[in-house]
Design a binder for this molecule. Structure first.
Ligand SMILES: [Zn+2]
Length: 357
């Protein structure tokens, strides 16, 4: 008889997860079975569990995952760089499996392609049961972009790469060349800290951050930020003018007031990239004449493309000793105590809560 996986299954919001034994799958074409090494609870997992966001059920939550390959389908699977993967490789992977030949993928938006399959979000089906991070195993489908993890990265550094850091790498791609630019990061959660460090590494001349919580904003100084401001401080506008205006804003809070504030802070030709607006909210008040006369660009990003994940891994490999990313997982729990882990995560005292299966 085949070995079984142990998973904590999400049934409905604010209801304890159901611990289930699930038979390990027979692998299909270009599929992989991973033994989960580590997972972190992302804000979207918290939103789902506390009913602030709709998600399918029954499902296995958790998409910030890393693991070790236990089994590969017969014909083999290549990683992003075309190297054959093998059992025992420690890997991370895109939060979704996609068909590269679909119409939307071909247009450059694989994360929105037809038939997209998202880890940690899908309803459990007969064929694909192990599809999330809060489980001993994960079943990777064809069309998942897979990367071997650099040996130097710790589990706590590596687990959030395929959501947080890859999303920020995508935001940086949309922001364009940052060399010599003044960059403002709005909102200092995990995304904001990643953005602060990445902007600095990409050559921004000044990285400024603002948050409603000045302590959080100040924390970004150990992640590359040159100056920290509490949200809405008039001082930031004068300060930016003195230093040649804000060229790029990376907006991670998703709060409409914050977005409107940041658009007003941009200098001529500025670009704002919105990544935080992933929950329902009111319309923005934007004056089109103001946008036109100031040559402003507003861009939105949801999820990312495989190249962004590649860049996120390289970024972390190069800079993990310079910035204390591993400290962002403030506490960890075994899989059996997933409910307690969610409770702790929802209190917001830690950037990330880790789960060790
Ligand atoms: Zn996430």
């Amino acid at each position: 008889m085949k070995q079984e996986a142990v998973a904590k299954v999400f049934i409905k919001a604010e209801t304890p997860f159901t611990k289930s034994s699930i038979a390990l799958p027979d692998l299909g074409e270009e599929e992989i079975l991973v033994k989960t090494s580590y997972a972190t609870i992302c804000a979207s997992d918290l939103h789902t569990f506390y009913g602030r966001r709709h998600s399918c059920s029954h499902s296995i939550l958790g998409h910030e995952i890393i693991g070790i390959i236990e089994e590969i389908s017969e014909e083999g699977v290549l990683d992003y760089y075309g190297t054959p993967l093998k059992a025992g490789d420690k890997i991370t992977w895109s939060v979704y499996a996609h068909d590269p030949n679909s119409t939307t993928s071909k247009k450059g938006y694989p994360q929105k392609s037809e038939g997209l399959y998202k880890y940690g979000h899908e309803q459990i089906s007969e064929k694909y049961q192990l599809n999330g991070g809060f489980s001993s195993h994960c079943h990777l489908r064809k069309g998942t972009t897979i990367f071997k993890l650099p040996a130097a990265l710790t589990d706590t550094e590596a687990a959030p790469i395929n959501c947080t850091h890859a999303t920020i790498a995508g935001a940086m791609r949309l922001a364009g060349n940052l060399t010599g630019k003044n960059v403002l990061i709005n909102g200092v959660g995990m995304l904001g800290l990643s953005a602060s460090a990445m902007a600095k590494e990409l050559g921004a001349s000044n990285v400024w951050v603002q948050d409603i919580n000045i302590e959080k904003a100040n924390h970004a100084k150990s992640f590359g930020a040159d100056e920290a401001f509490s949200f809405g401080e008039e001082e930031l506008k004068d300060f930016a003018k003195e230093h040649g205006n804000i060229d790029v804003v990376i907006e991670t809070s998703g709060v409409p007031e914050a977005i409107e504030n940041c658009i007003q802070l941009l200098g001529i030709g500025g670009t704002i990239v919105l990544v935080g607006s992933v929950y329902s909210q009111r319309d923005l008040a934007i004056n089109a004449e103001y946008l036109v006369r100031n040559l402003l660009t507003i861009r939105g990003l949801h999820n990312y493309i495989p190249e962004d994940l590649a860049n996120a891994i390289s970024f972390l490999e190069k800079s993990h000793k310079k910035y204390p990313f591993k400290e962002l997982v403030g506490i960890e729990y075994p899989l059996d105590e997933l409910e307690e882990a969610f409770e702790t995560g929802n209190k917001g005292s830690y950037y990330r809560v880790g789960i060790k299966p």
